[in-house]
Design a protein around this ligand. Structure first.
Ligand code: NDP
Length: 281
């Protein structure tokens, strides 16, 4: 069997066209242009690239974009002051603080300072808590993107066994909750899971967010499973996922490639959340 490829780039492009149309409609109805502010502290090259992509994509769908580039030595208090200003700025509907922050700044304190109604990354404890108890919230962008991919591919989740490898607050835990919300039976695996392969081989849907190149191999996958590879690892100047693509695609029914799978969906869902934030305000 050779797996069908889930083309995240194409699905993302379709969604972005839809978002651009909705932004235009919203502006025509209300006179409001949804606005996203991104804060970047320091000069980490990967973060700079992510922020540039976010800025470009925001403008491309017709939204207002503002990027605050601050020096690495910015104090926590100055950063909190900026977040507070943006919380009160009517042009801004979504605020994103690019992570990681320099070590002298406490990420949690900064995230908690963002108004929950502008927390388009979905990392604030209020939004995380709402997700847990099934209330309306801003969904974290990568898990949200994964769910959109599964929906687009018409993957049945009800009654299926979904196995999530990784339990981070930004990917593993929230995606597990979203799969549960869709009535999958969910198993969460992590670094202390005994016999990982025995778990992953039971998965009808396998989501892998570990951060280790080629970690899940074809022999760990149930024939016909849907495999979602969240990992982004740089190996010899190439991007590879957490799933060994060559062996996995011979066993899986559907699989996301890296790059071009989950990655493009993350910014798309950030744009969707920003539009939603503007509509809710
Ligand atoms: P974290 O480092 O926060 O979490 C990694 C998880 O993997 C942890 O829960 C850890 O378990 C688990 N893990 C580590 N080793 C093993 C092991 N041997 N067996 C089973 N589980 C293990 O990573 P993130 O969730 O932030 O990111 C994961 C990957 O996804 C990275 O490659 C990252 O770059 C990528 N990513 C991609 C995004 C995208 O847009 N496509 C967005 C966000 C992340 P434990 O908790 O026990 O330590």
């Amino acid at each position: 069997m050779t797996a069908a490829i889930i083309d995240g780039k194409a699905i993302s492009n379709l969604l972005r066209k839809e978002i651009a149309r909705e932004v235009e409609e919203f502006r025509a109805e209300t006179g409001i242009t949804p606005g996203l502010a991104v804060i970047l502290v320091g000069d980490d090259p990967a973060s700079q690239t992510y922020v540039r992509n976010k800025e470009r994509s925001t403008v491309k769908v017709g939204m207002y974009s503002e990027v605050h580039r601050l020096p690495a030595e910015t104090s926590q208090q100055d950063l909190l002051n900026l977040v507070n200003e943006l919380n009160n700025d009517p042009k801004i509907h979504g605020i994103l603080v690019q992570l990681p922050l320099p070590r002298h700044i406490d990420e949690n304190t900064v995230i908690e300072a963002i108004a929950p109604g502008k927390d388009v990354d979905g990392f604030h404890a209020v939004n995380a808590g709402r997700l847990l108890i099934g209330q309306e919230s801003f969904l974290p962008c990568t898990p949200y993107g994964i769910m959109e991919l599964l929906k687009h591919e018409q993957v049945e989740l009800k009654g299926k066994h979904a196995v999530v490898v990784g339990r981070s607050n930004i990917v593993g835990k929230p995606v597990a909750l979203l799969l549960l919300r869709e009535h999958a039976t969910v198993t969460i695996c992590h670094s202390r899971t005994a016999d990982l392969g025995a778990m992953t081989r039971q998965a009808d849907v396998l989501v892998v967010a570990v951060g280790k190149p080629n970690f899940i191999t074809g022999d760990m996958i149930k024939p016909g499973a849907v495999v979602i590879d969240v990992g982004i690892n740089r190996v010899d100047d190439q991007l590879v996922g957490d799933v060994e693509f060559a062996s996995a695609k011979e066993v899986a029914g559907k699989i996301t490639p890296v790059p071009g799978g989950v990655g493009p969906m993350t910014i798309t869902m950030l744009l969707k959340n920003t539009l939603l934030a503007a509509k809710r305000c």
